[in-house]
Design a protein around this ligand. Structure first.
Ligand SMILES: Cc1cc2nc3c(=O)[nH]c(=O)nc-3n(C[C@H](O)[C@H](O)[C@H](O)COP(=O)(O)O)c2cc1C
Length: 178
């Protein structure tokens, strides 16, 4: 009997998914998968609001979502070599500095404007993607989450429609593999 696909929570953190080309295509490719829940963070929590302490999320709801899935995917466009601010805030407020979610899978799905070459050894960025993603890797270690190889779609601006379609299909395959 084939192994049942494990449940996957995809946190999409794009400040304006309606104007996104790449993240929107990736999210669309996995939204229909039976074992996948797509959670549009900016759509759900937008930029307005927050209580007096600056808290913005329904933390019990977010933790329940996290707890209910085997794997969480953080999907985001790279903004100044980091996550968009709402995703950072989500991590700060929702993920405890402990091993409560130890054993869960964690995958990063990152889209960039710069080419793969610019993140290579001779690239103008000066750092590889693995180096730039170190803070999230450290978080995975401390929380005991199992970090998968990041899925990176480079060079968003120069991506042809065909290349984007292939990238989206590959993403769906990866998430289907559990
Ligand atoms: C504020 C801002 C900061 C950005 N910083 C980076 C960056 O540090 N590195 C990079 O490769 N691309 C950077 N980009 C380009 C985005 O990563 C790229 O436009 C995005 O991944 C495309 O995905 P989308 O079609 O879903 O918007 C930045 C874009 C914006 C708006």
């Amino acid at each position: 009997m084939p192994k049942a696909a494990s449940s996957v929570l995809v946190l999409v953190a794009h400040p304006d998914l309606r104007r996104s080309r790449v993240n929107a295509a990736l999210a669309d490719a996995v939204r229909g998968l039976r074992h996948v829940t797509v959670h549009d963070l900016y759509g759900a929590y937008d930029t307005a609001g927050g209580d007096r302490r600056g808290a913005r999320f329904d933390v019990p709801r977010e933790r329940a979502l996290l707890g209910a899935h085997d794997t969480v995917v953080l999907q985001f466009p790279f903004y100044w070599y980091s996550t968009p601010p709402l995703l950072k805030q989500w991590l700060d407020e929702v993920v405890p500095y402990s091993r409560v979610y130890g054993g869960k899978g964690l995958r990063l799905a990152v889209t960039t404007g710069c080419t793969a070459h610019s993140y290579g050894p001779d690239g103008r960025t000066g750092f590889t993607m693995a180096e730039l993603l170190r803070p999230l890797e450290a978080m995975a270690r401390v929380t005991g989450m199992r970090l998968d190889t990041p899925y990176v779609v480079y060079g968003a601006g120069g991506l042809s429609d065909d290349a984007l379609k292939s990238a989206a299909e590959r993403y769906a395959e990866l998430l289907s593999a559990g």
